[in-house]
Design a protein around this ligand. Structure first.
Ligand code: HAM
Length: 438
């Protein structure tokens, strides 16, 4: 039997309803902030991610799934390397959504010079070749937003506020959420800071793991995130980003915090929060759920250099993404059923002799938008009722020879077992009224 790929999941039933609910709430909450839905391809040129996310990040170096057409694989095997392949032949499954949205914004000129900011949200599968474990998958689902063309610190604060409102609307207890923020500086101050951290790591080389020594050369700030406790202990004495900001970045960070305070948003400043993607400048943030043990449920930040890295004009940007699977796990631990109840339906049951009359009754109910089920396997009336119960039907329409002769249907309430007779011609509006909440 063919097997599901490790680190991937089938989405169906309650889990699928939960994923759809996350998108419905996103449409409502992000819509109020002026965001429109965008869908970019799940497959992009490798260059899109290398330019944007950064060649030295784990996501690009180790975790990106590369895609080659069957014909290319023969060429690759015979040559033994990717060399000579054109950019359009070097493809990858997207490990995240930002780079693709920014690529689309550049290609379609979403933010013309001097134009108004553009606000986009998206939902879809992302792919990372990580070691699968609880809350860490190879195909996972993100809902994210990107806001292009807004340099103002108010945009950073609004983005964070919108994220926290989204989590609350999904059902998280507000005091279970831990929001961490930091500022990573920009092109003016980050290179010098990076260098300071590199020097610090090299000065403590005898106490650091080999991964961190490698990081010192390619991506020193990632040493703050080392899985090795001892490295993190050493790094607690390393120079911190907020202490090394230029005046403009320091002022921007102070403003973001002022706006968050004004909106009454609780946050902790984590000067070691660096995030795993290279495109961030200035504000970065992450949200965890106290005690959930699934890692960050969402994160994001500002990326004022990304449009240029993707070949566009200098345009500021910021955004965040949240992970569906981690949110589902964390909400479940809080006793929240994000998928809600299965939709109730109406079941049309009949005796075999009047089966043909059921056909038009079922059609009429469905035309009225009522979720309607019937028997297609020649079951007895008793087992049709059983089936109706199993499907969670609130009402059962019963048709037998007497009802058909009189032009009525018997309507049975499946929880109280009360029955009424309704003229067949009035069945759909009657059922719709019985099912409506008030
Ligand atoms: P990220 O922090 O890499 O940011 O991912 C965002 C969220 O996706 C994480 O907080 C986590 O909930 C979820 N996630 C990431 N990797 C996995 C995985 N392997 N399995 C399950 N869930 C996962 C980004 O992707 C940025 N593009 C966010 C952003 C948008 N920044 C600016 N705009």
């Amino acid at each position: 039997m063919a097997q599901r790929v490790q680190g991937t999941e089938d989405l169906y039933g309650n889990y699928m309803r939960a994923w759809q609910h996350m998108q419905d709430v996103a449409r409502e909450v992000f819509g109020a902030y002026g965001f429109d839905l965008i869908e970019t391809p799940a497959i992009e040129q490798v260059a899109t991610f290398v330019h944007g996310i950064g060649e030295s990040t784990d996501v690009v170096r180790k975790e990106m799934f590369r895609v080659y057409s069957g014909a290319l694989i023969d060429t690759l095997l015979s040559k033994g390397s990717e060399e000579g392949l054109k950019a359009k032949q070097r493809l990858a499954l997207r490990p995240e959504g930002t780079a693709g949205v920014v690529r689309a914004a550049v290609q379609n000129n979403f933010v013309p010079q001097g134009g108004a900011p553009v606000k986009l949200w998206y939902a879809g599968p992302m792919f990372r070749g990580e070691r699968p474990q609880k809350g860490r998958l190879r195909q996972f689902h993100q809902v994210g937003v990107e806001w292009l063309g807004a340099p103002d610190a108010a945009a950073d604060a609004e983005c964070i506020i919108m994220l926290m409102r989204y989590f609350e609307r999904l059902g998280f207890a507000p005091d279970s959420l831990k929001l961490a923020i930091n500022s990573m500086g920009d092109v003016a101050c980050r290179p010098a800071y990076r260098n300071k951290v590199r020097t610090f790591i090299l000065d403590h080389a005898d106490q650091m793991c080999s991964d961190c020594l490698e990081r010192a050369e390619i991506n020193p700030l990632r040493a703050f995130d080392c899985k090795n406790d001892h490295c993190r202990e050493v790094m607690s004495d390393a120079p911190l980003a907020p202490d090394n900001l230029c005046d403009d970045c320091a002022e921007h960070y102070a403003q973001v915090k002022r706006y968050l305070d004004e909106a009454g948003i609780d946050y902790v400043e984590d000067p070691t929060l660096v995030r795993g993607l290279d495109y961030y400048t200035r504000t970065v943030f992450e949200v965890e759920v106290e005690g959930a043990g699934v890692g960050a449920i969402g994160g994001g930040g500002r990326y004022d250099g990304l449009m240029e890295l993707e070949g566009g004009k200098p345009t500021p940007g910021l955004g965040f993404a949240v992970g569906f699977e981690r949110i589902a796990l964390a909400l479940e631990a809080q006793g929240v059923n994000m998928g809600g109840d299965a939709p109730s339906c109406v079941y049309v049951a009949c005796t075999p002799d009047v089966r043909t009359h059921v056909f038009s009754a079922v059609l009429a109910l469905r035309e009225a938008g009522i979720r309607t089920e019937a028997d297609y396997q020649g079951r007895s009336l008793k087992s049709q009722f059983k089936q109706a119960n199993k499907l969670g039907a609130r009402l059962c329409v019963v048709l037998g020879p007497d009802e058909v002769a009189e032009g009525v249907a018997t309507l049975r309430d499946m929880s109280t077992h009360d029955q009424v007779q309704v003229p067949l011609g009035e069945l759909a509006p009657y059922v719709a009224a019985r099912l409506s909440p008030c």
